[in-house]
Design a protein around this ligand. Structure first.
Ligand code: NAP
Length: 229
């Protein structure tokens, strides 16, 4: 199963799901470039175990100039999967009570920046390759019958829409995947979430790998089931 010629570039990997995804692909024998905006004990520990297959880089996804600099520094490196994991949550107030700065922070980090990052790093994508973003089940407009998490939901729905727009401009491929990872025990998901990081990221890795060579745009959960947009 190990295949070091396959590589993942994951943005926002300091902890939680991004760190778990890094761990999962390293365990599968892949080479990984993992970025974080600050230092990460988890990534540093993985680096000591996989010095040759893990490359660590610093990047705040809200800084496109830094991303362009990093992309040029990666040179002719080719990645099989380009995945934007980074995301933030707010205090879950109803939208009408959201401060403009907070609304902007969520929309920028969760929707605009991931799409910008994809455009900046897409030239590094191998053929065939896969582009993925960490969406959320809460990003489904169809399934939003309960409300709550107004701005976070809207930011993930915006991310899904922006991803579909990009996919429509690139019908020849690669695959564009919006991933709903499930409710996972991380700092964001909290201690009572139903899934552990390893289970969710094992499923997400299977889903991403299954779409190498495809040119579809899909919204999928960690088991590979379609989520209603
Ligand atoms: N956990 C869940 O149940 C769940 C469910 C659905 C979707 N998601 C999504 O999954 C993704 C990861 O969530 P998580 O549960 O692992 O959350 P988390 O534990 O809060 O981790 C968030 C990650 O995003 C990074 N990040 C945030 N803003 C960034 C920026 N501007 N530049 C670079 N990195 C940034 C954080 O880096 P720092 O360490 O520097 O803050 C951290 O690595 C998010 O997109 C989230 O919306 C999570």
């Amino acid at each position: 199963m190990a295949d070091p010629t396959q590589s993942l570039l994951v943005l926002g990997a300091s902890r939680g799901l991004g760190l778990g995804m890094t761990k999962e692909f390293l365990a599968r024998g892949w080479a990984v470039v993992a970025t974080s905006r600050g230092s990460s004990e988890g990534l540093a520990e993985l680096k000591t175990r996989h010095p040759d297959r893990l490359r660590l880089e610093t990047l705040d996804i809200n800084d496109p100039a830094a991303a362009r600099y990093l992309a040029s520094g990666l040179g002719d490196k080719r990645v099989t999967i380009l995945f934007v994991n980074a995301g933030v949550v707010d205090d879950k107030r109803p939208a009408d009570q959201s401060e403009i700065d907070e609304f902007t922070r969520l929309m920028t980090t969760n929707a605009l920046s991931p799409i910008r990052m994809i455009e900046i790093f897409a030239p590094l994508l191998a053929t065939p390759g896969v582009i993925g973003v960490m969406s959320s089940g809460l990003g489904s407009v169809t399934n939003n019958t309960g409300g709550g998490w107004d701005v976070y939901r809207a930011s993930k729905a915006a991310l899904n829409t922006l991803l579909r727009s990009r996919a429509a401009r690139h019908r020849e491929g690669p695959a564009h995947l919006a991933i709903a990872p499930g409710w996972v025990r991380t700092d964001m998901g909290g201690p009572t979430a139903s899934l552990d990081v390893a289970t969710a990221m094992r499923g997400v890795a299977d889903v991403l790998i299954s779409r190498i060579g495809s040119s579809t745009c899909e919204y999928l959960d960690y088991k590979g089931s379609a989520v209603a947009w």
